[in-house]
Design a protein. Structure first.
Length: 487
């Protein structure tokens, strides 16, 4: 378990009433990134309290002590926060067996957004020494039924005489006894108990550890991980379930590369980006955003902020399947998508060809677009220059961030201005120009802050705007975006 971290207050606390609190009471001042309330004892020692919210007076039971901090669980609330709400799921809470999939259902969704926005701002300042010139309005969407991708664990529990299908319990390796999950789409939520019955009826009930969910706009795919070959009877059971619940079964006997559609028929899994006339086919194990409602708004806002003109060349770093690349191709003169996986690059090219044909039918072709595979965690100034100048960049890295990319850009700038200790400019740099604007989409505010520090303090950029994206309501996950302008 990682050590908890104290953040700046998520809300500015009101002035505490006169007088000392009763012995044992704690005044909760903020919320940390793991949705734990943060309080201080009279001696200044920090206490992280599961289940507590800012502005509450509580008592708590300490279960872990260190020199500078303690971890505790809520035992009583003496003054309740106005932001506390009744959780929307019966499996959420601090009780034994509670589901660990969500951490913030007890906090009003508006409060969750405020906490995450503050987390973003705190990380930018404390880790990168960067303040955005403008705070973007948060991107929000449905708080329930949004999770179109999920990895559900499966366990046949002989002692209980049942099969469990769901997320893990809080801070446990055991699978929660979930009978409902309101963050899943309603039709998938309604499938949880039938899935348990299906697995319980199978010969392979003890050798199917996982079901991965992937929903497209009109197709729901379920990937069954099975450790042994399935019997003919089990295949029949899966087909009957697919017919009854209108799903596609994909089978995974070994690693992700072995995933295959059980029966080659039916509609292809895909999602649309209607603002750009783009359709994105994908396989159930491909990376796509968990929340399609937010993804549509995210893509539209990112491109509006990037403001690509018809004469401009754009590079989409960490392009994946082309979620941003293909919409960019509706706006710019030329687009380059760069991704670390050869398989994803091949899929991106297929998606480009498909959409080129679809868009061409409407009389408007996509801009010339190429995709290349490259290890983006090993970028150098020489490699950056070899990709050519671009007017704008879109950067959408995984949790590790885009350190090597930001470092290469900063190194070129430091060489250009003749900074002490800077390396000579690489060959070809005299004809290379840095992008005028960068839109950086992040799923980890800490690595965004680190990279922002490089871009602002060494790369010659200003952070003109930043804001959070509530891609995962009720969880502590913080998605965000930031805009950098050439200074």
């Amino acid at each position: 378990m990682s050590e908890p971290k104290e953040l700046s207050p998520s809300y500015e606390p009101a002035e505490q009433e006169a007088g000392e609190l009763p012995e044992g009471w704690l005044s909760v001042q903020s919320l940390d990134l793991e949705a734990q309330g943060v309080a201080r004892r009279p001696n200044g020692k920090v206490v992280f309290i599961d289940g507590a919210l800012p502005f509450e007076y509580v008592t708590a039971n300490t279960h872990r002590k260190k020199n500078n901090w303690e971890q505790a669980s809520l035992t009583a609330i003496h003054r309740e926060s106005s932001q506390r709400v009744r959780p929307g799921c019966p499996h959420f809470g601090l009780h034994a067996g509670a589901c660990g999939g969500c951490k913030m259902q007890h906090l009003h969704v508006g409060g969750q957004v405020a906490v995450k926005q503050r987390v973003l701002e705190d990380n930018l300042w404390h880790l990168g020494k960067v303040r955005a010139e403008m705070v973007l309005r948060p991107i929000e969407g449905p708080a329930w039924g949004y999770r179109y991708r999920a990895r559900l664990s499966v366990r046949h529990v002989i002692k209980k005489g049942t099969v469990l299908v769901g997320f893990h319990e809080r801070k446990s390796r055991y699978v929660a006894d979930m009978q409902t999950c309101p963050v899943l789409p309603p039709h998938v939520d309604a499938m949880l108990m039938p899935l348990r019955a299906l697995i319980a009826s199978m010969d392979a009930r003890d050798t199917c550890p996982q079901i991965e969910l992937a929903c497209g706009d009109s197709v729901t795919a379920l990937v069954l991980r099975h450790l042994e070959p399935l019997s003919a009877d089990d295949l029949t059971r899966l087909r009957d379930f697919a017919t009854a619940h209108q799903v596609q079964w994909w089978l995974q006997p070994k690693g992700p590369e072995t995933v295959k559609l059980m029966d080659e028929c039916g509609e292809q899994l895909s999602y649309a980006l209607p603002d750009f006339g783009i359709t994105m086919p994908f396989k159930p194990t491909d990376f796509t955003q968990v929340n399609p409602h937010i993804n549509r708004v995210l893509v539209t806002r990112a491109l509006r902020l990037l403001d690509v003109q018809k004469h401009e060349r754009v590079i989409d770093w960490f392009c994946g399947l082309g979620n941003f690349t293909l919409p960019l191709a509706t706006q710019g003169r030329e687009v380059l998508g760069i991704e670390g996986s050869e398989a994803l690059v091949a899929r991106s090219r297929e998606n480009y060809r498909l959409n080129q044909g679809l868009v061409a039918e409407g009389g408007k072709a996509l801009a010339p677009t190429d995709f290349v595979a490259r290890n983006l965690f090993d970028m150098t100034p020489e490699m950056l220059i070899a990709d050519g100048s671009a007017d704008k960049w879109l950067v959408d890295p995984p949790r590790e961030g885009a350190f090597a990319l930001a470092r290469a850009l900063a190194d070129i700038e430091q060489s250009r201005i003749g900074a002490e200790g800077a390396a000579p400019l690489p060959p070809g740099a005299e004809h290379w120009t840095p992008p005028k604007r960068i839109v950086y989409v992040s799923c980890n505010p800490a690595t965004l802050a680190r990279d922002a520090g490089l871009l602002v303090h060494l790369g010659g950029y200003r952070c003109t705007a930043a804001g959070m994206v509530n891609m995962f309501p009720h969880t502590a996950h913080v998605e965000s975006m930031a805009v950098f302008e050439r200074a």
